[in-house]
Design a protein around this ligand. Structure first.
Ligand SMILES: [Zn+2]
Ligand SMILES: [Zn+2]
Length: 81
């Protein structure tokens, strides 16, 4: 069984399971993974954005897609809106 690894930017870090549903069955173990591309990602190469785990690769793609005004807007958005 090959270890689950982060692959962002050439990262080769082995990931520890975040949850072992059945400790004896590795197929049921959960790893930290990007919610956009569903690839395993280490903590260093991912960030929690609005409660979602997004890898650096997808985050950069998202930022490239968004106009700069939108990013500023997100940072200052009022929670009541
Ligand atoms: Zn991703
Ligand atoms: Zn990594």
């Amino acid at each position: 069984m090959s270890p689950v690894k982060c692959s962002v930017d050439g990262c080769n870090r082995k990931l520890q399971p975040t949850l072992k549903a059945d400790p004896r069955d590795r197929d049921t173990w959960f790893y930290r993974e990007c919610e956009s591309c569903f690839k395993p990602v280490c903590e260093e190469h991912s960030s929690g954005i609005e409660g979602r785990i997004i890898c650096d690769r997808c985050r950069r793609e998202d930022e490239a897609k968004q106009p700069p005004e939108k990013l500023i807007d997100l940072g200052f958005r009022q929670p009541t809106e």
